[in-house]
Write a protein that binds this ligand. Structure first.
Ligand code: C5P
Length: 215
């Protein structure tokens, strides 16, 4: 059994306000991409970590994670995942992770891989804390919703099949593609450490979270 982790890092990160793409910007004193690369590489069940980067980002990645294995991604997130899947040919299990989520607790990976024994895919989710409203004004019962994080774990052949069959346009995660095959994706408990860094203020919040965790 071979388990490969793909870190998709080929986005522009334009909402973050940082000069370089946000995945290379410092978070708590270390380039964002270096955090998740170190955590995934250190997990005993993960055999290989491949970073999917944007064209021309080789030097940025080399400065952040000198030894990283990489491939060039594509225009949309799903194009980048597909490029990673091609590089991961021969894998039995694949974890797909957003570089925008630097802190990856090993306990979440453990939950995902344990659940993957009985499911084609597993994703980390957290409950929604806010009251939710549709943009037309209707309140939505938050108990019926969950926040989806990454890494998302899949049987590698199933995920490749899902990407090949997908006709739904832009996709913000991989689980929706697997569900489109008619398969059910299991949910495990996520972790606030995995929250995505999107806006400038998220960098400060993330650095504070690391401080709390490591004190
Ligand atoms: O834009 P968003 O934050 O949703 O992107 C999620 C992840 O997908 C990020 O880590 C980003 O770098 C990655 N991505 C990618 N290729 C793209 C677009 C996004 O690897 N074309």
């Amino acid at each position: 059994m071979t388990t490969v982790a793909l870190i998709v890092a080929a986005g522009s990160g334009s909402r973050s306000g940082s000069a370089a793409p946000k995945q290379y910007a410092p978070v708590a004193g270390r380039p964002m991409i270096a955090w998740s690369h170190a955590a995934l590489s250190a997990h005993p069940a993960i055999d290989r970590v491949i970073v999917v980067i944007g064209a021309g980002q080789q030097a940025l990645l080399a400065a952040a994670v000198p030894s990283a294995e990489w491939v060039i991604g594509g225009f949309e997130r799903r194009d980048s995942v597909r490029a990673g899947l091609e590089a991961a040919a021969g894998a039995t299990r694949v974890l797909v992770h957003d570089a925008a989520r630097p802190f990856v607790p090993h306990a979440v990976i453990d939950r995902l891989l344990a659940t993957l024994k009985d499911a084609p895919g597993a994703i980390p989710v957290l409950p929604v804390a806010d009251t939710l409203v549709a943009t037309d004004g209707a309140t939505i019962a938050r108990e019926t919703l969950a926040r989806v994080q990454t890494p998302q774990a899949f049987d590698a052949a199933t995920l490749a099949r899902a990407h090949a069959a997908w006709e739904g346009g832009s996709a913000t995660d991989d689980a929706q593609m697997v569900r489109a095959l008619g398969l059910s994706v299991a949910q495990v408990e996520g972790d606030m450490m995995l929250d995505k860094i999107t806006y400038p203020a998220d960098f400060t919040a993330a650095a504070a979270r690391v401080g709390v965790e490591t004190r």
